[in-house]
Design a protein around this ligand. Structure first.
Ligand code: TMP
Length: 230
């Protein structure tokens, strides 16, 4: 049934972006599984992280250690992690014909450290050029949700999983911060209409997975095979 021809079809680089609690990780997994069913070789990754060095930066950053260094240094750290991730994982995977699906990428730096954190655009541009080294995503799916609904979702999930601490991520920052994140991602989408697609994440997981699949098939017609009609 795997009719997708990995020899003749180009490798693709897809990123998922959005605020907290919008369901990116779940959707990355679901899309990877669906592509895999078609015979596409897929590498799933995330940022910050994806390689041992970048994961080390992740744990340093997410433990809040660079807070005293300031947001500019934090942007540099995210970029350093990204540079390793691109060089060691993303670029080699694409070169060997694999699709790469990444949970967050450079747009997160632009929104969290740049538009929301106040790091000036020139520095964000320079860090992005350095870290990406030309590896601009073919498609960025921005999952958009009202932060109040996202907060409810995070809290519900945390309670179900017996991990109330997860809800802390929201409580640490006020709702206004999350609204600014949302506006930041929407601004990036408006500026990059060829690369970005905004989807409402305010629907159930199955419906959103279908929506994403529709967008991906539309964007990459090479996925249409006789075995897997639209
Ligand atoms: P996540 O794995 O749940 O998405 O968490 C990663 C956190 O790091 C999230 O709060 C967003 C933040 N982040 C940035 O601030 N800048 C970045 O460049 C990236 C990739 C993530």
């Amino acid at each position: 049934m795997a009719a997708y021809d990995t020899d003749t079809s180009p490798a693709r680089f897809l990123t998922f972006e959005g605020g907290e609690g919008v369901g990116k990780s779940t959707q990355v997994k679901r899309l990877a599984a669906r592509l895999g069913d078609l015979g596409v070789s897929v590498v799933r990754s995330r940022e910050p992280g994806g390689t041992p060095k970048a994961e080390a930066v992740r744990s340093f950053i997410l433990q809040g250690k660079p807070e005293s260094w300031g947001v500019g240094a934090e942007a540099v750290l995210f970029a350093a992690a990204r540079l390793d991730h691109v060089n060691e994982l993303i670029a080699p995977a694409l070169a060997s014909g694999k699709w790469v699906l990444c949970d967050r990428f450079a747009d997160s730096t632009r929104v969290y450290q740049g538009l929301t954190g106040g790091v000036e655009e020139g520095l964000i541009d320079a860090l992005e050029a350095l870290a990406l080294n030309g590896h601009v995503p073919d498609l960025t799916i921005i999952l958009d949700m009202d932060p109040e609904n996202a907060f409810e979702r995070v809290r519900r999930r945390a309670m179900e999983d017996g991990m109330p601490a997860l809800a802390d991520r929201f409580e640490k920052e006020d709702l206004d911060f999350h609204r600014r994140l949302r506006a930041g991602f929407l601004a990036i989408a408006a500026k990059n209409p060829d690369r970005c697609v905004v989807l409402s994440a305010d629907m159930d997981e199955d419906a959103l997975a279908e929506e994403i699949w529709r967008v991906v098939r539309e964007r990459f017609p090479e996925l249409e095979t006789e075995d897997q009609p639209a």
